[in-house]
Design a protein around this ligand. Structure first.
Ligand code: ADP
Ligand code: MG
Length: 615
């Protein structure tokens, strides 16, 4: 297949060779060619900036030219007026862009979609006006001439005068490093987190990924790239005018990234090259540029949903090619048994205490005075008719809903109303009634997301592939392989989750829970859609959790499955606890029989339609 043949295009060795070839070739081609290549590099940075924000993290910006302006004027003025050396002024431009992105992200964290688009548009418009009107600093419409530049022979780096080819070499080197850093970052837990909030904020929160913090990272990183591009641009052209930072520029950035292929690293490079050359080659393109861009943008979503890269390249990997580190030499956690088995008196100290919990939706009491306790190593079956409040209870405990009244205490700590990702970080990990996975990720990538709360290496270590970060990743990969095997998914580890049957998706979500090294697990109807074989695996996993002294809340309609596993059942009806005790007692409870077990209720016909029946 063509796509497999062209996969080499995204191979690191190919890209490395291409960079060297371009660097050498620049010595032999004409000055104008070097000039165009230089613009391509700047556009590569711009397109990657959009790619990180929109393609990977799923956030929107219509005002990215604002960050470009900040970097461009920042670097130009620092060098021109303060005499800062080029490397420092470029670093400063990057940091100024990052700072602007970080500030904007606070506002972005409060609004969504349409409003977010409008807000960033506003930012772009304001930036443009500031550049136009702040004459004292930017030169206003007259522009800012005399920016140190290779064309004017005024660009010195540590005493060496940099010509156009030298400047191109500098940009090429920096762009190569940026691409390398991005690749490392995208294949790290932080890159996966970007994509997880893109696809499902709820799922991300449930495994300890903070929404707001992750979006802030995405805006900061994206704006930093734009700031750097701005700095490079300023010195390449030697003159800055406001028109370079018009809304057009923001749209152009989007077009390059979208047509190239969002969510890939090579796509935006293709897009940048294409949209630097096209206007050079085609006069009508320059005349009707905005119209053409608009048209391309409209058509590309219909004809090329994954851009050029989607046509020719395989999907982006969010995982490193590393050999998993086997557990014996692993110094960390993962799926190992807890080092110290808790003292026996833990048997009497509940891990979880829920007291007098109540929550209403539009006047409907979904939970009413719910009280229960759960000890480590115990499995609590949570049953009741549809709509009785089971999922709602799990949603309250896991921090998705804030209760109107009552308390949730975990390990002696009041966690009522704590944000979901904070709850997850305490080791309370859940699954959803409908599996929430990243459909475009492989099984292994999805499972690795579960480890998010366990990573100790920071973003910087991840971006430079620091040895300790790689070691940690290898350890997590080994842990992932182990839980994938437990879930019976080893043969499917590299399959894309979207293409898998429902049962495999459920098991993937379960493996993700296991990798999170939980203290307590909340499973919302985990048997729905499972085959007999998968049911057995699930039962084994539950016993394994029990042995590890992990507490489990198990929402289930499948009574036969529950009977062999649970220590206690709680029956909900219309949001109220109508029974709490052992299974045998439940069958004798008149209230339970009337509300749930009696007649042809769910207990007799378990949801999901599997073979298990309860007489
Ligand atoms: P179960 O999981 O036991 O089938 P749920 O906890 O999902 O039941 O729902 C309990 C009740 O609360 C239902 O009547 C449901 O419609 C309602 N409910 C749950 N979540 C919401 C929500 N976000 N908004 C409005 N009503 C809700
Ligand atoms: Mg439910």
């Amino acid at each position: 297949m063509l796509r497999d043949k062209l996969a080499v295009l995204s191979d690191a060795r190919f890209i490395f060779a291409l960079i060297i070839a371009l660097g050498v070739a620049a010595e032999f081609v004409s000055g104008s060619t070097v000039q165009i290549w230089s613009f391509v590099l700047i556009n590569v940075l711009i397109a990657q900036s959009i790619n990180v924000l929109t393609g990977i993290a799923g956030q929107i910006s219509l005002g990215h030219a604002g960050f470009l302006a900040i970097g461009a004027y920042g670097s130009a003025l620092l060098m021109k007026s303060l005499g800062l050396p080029l490397p420092l002024s470029l670093v400063a431009a990057t940091l100024m862009g990052a700072a602007a992105g970080w500030i904007l992200s606070f506002a972005a964290g409060r609004v969504r979609e349409f409003y977010l688009a409008m807000m960033t548009l506003g930012f772009g418009m304001i930036s443009y006006e500031v550049v136009r009107e702040w004459t004292g600093v930017t030169g206003g419409v007259a522009g800012l001439p005399g920016v140190p530049s290779p064309a004017l022979r005024t660009l010195n780096v540590f005493g060496v005068n940099l010509g156009e080819v030298g400047y191109f070499h500098l940009m090429l080197g920096v762009t190569a490093i940026v691409l390398w850093l991005l690749r490392n970052f995208i294949t790290s837990p932080y890159g996966r987190a970007f994509f997880a909030i893109h696809v499902s904020e709820v799922a991300a929160g449930s495994i300890g990924i903070p929404r707001a913090g992750t979006k802030r990272e995405a805006y900061t990183l994206s704006a930093a790239l734009m700031g750097l591009a701005g700095g490079f641009y300023a010195h390449l052209v030697g003159y800055l005018g406001p028109e370079s930072f018009h809304l057009h520029r923001s749209v152009e950035a989007l077009v390059m990234a979208v047509v190239g292929g969002l969510g890939t690293l090579s796509g935006p490079v293709l897009g940048a090259a294409l949209f630097t050359y096209l206007p050079e080659q085609l006069q009508f393109f320059t005349d009707y540029q905005f119209m053409v861009y608009g048209l391309i943008l409209m058509l590309s979503f219909v004809l090329l949903p994954r851009g050029l890269a989607g046509l020719v390249l395989p999907r982006t990997r969010f995982i490193k090619r590393l050999t998993p580190l086997r557990s014996a030499d692993a110094d960390g956690r993962g799926t190992e048994a807890p080092a110290a088995i808790p003292a026996r008196d833990d048997e009497t100290t509940p891990l979880l205490r829920v007291s007098a919990l109540a929550i209403s939706f539009l006047g409907l009491r979904a939970l009413d005075d719910v009280t229960l306790e759960l000890k480590p190593g115990h499995i609590l079956g949570l049953v009741g008719p549809n709509g009785s409040g089971k999922s709602t209870l799990v949603n309250v405990i896991s921090g998705i809903y804030r209760p109107d009244a009552g308390r949730v205490v975990f390990e002696g700590r009041d966690i009522t109303g704590l944000a979901d990702y904070r709850v997850a970080r305490l080791g309370i990990i859940r699954t959803f009634q409908d599996p929430r996975l990243v459909p475009g990720f492989s099984v292994r990538e999805n499972v690795l997301l579960g480890a998010h709360r366990l990573y100790r290496q920071n973003q910087l270590a991840a971006a430079v592939d620091w040895p300790s970060a790689l070691r940690e990743e290898k350890r997590m990969l080994a842990g992932a392989d182990k839980v994938i095997a437990m879930a019976g998914l080893s043969a499917l580890a590299d399959s894309i989750v979207r293409d898998l049957p429902y049962g495999d998706q459920r098991m993937t979500e379960l493996a993700r829970v296991l990798l999170a090294d939980p203290r307590m697990v909340l499973l919302d109807e985990p048997t729905a859609g499972l085959s007999e074989g998968e049911l057995k695996k699930l039962a084994l996993v539950l016993q394994h959790l029990k042995q590890q002294d992990i507490a489990v809340v198990l929402i289930e309609h499948h009574m036969e499955f529950l009977r062999d596993l649970v220590d206690e059942v709680v029956v909900l009806n219309s949001g109220r606890v109508i029974y709490r005790g052992d299974m045998a007692g439940m069958y004798r409870s008149a209230q339970v029989i009337e509300a749930y077990l009696g007649g042809d209720s769910h207990a007799a016909a378990p949801a999901g339609g599997q073979g298990g029946r309860d007489a």
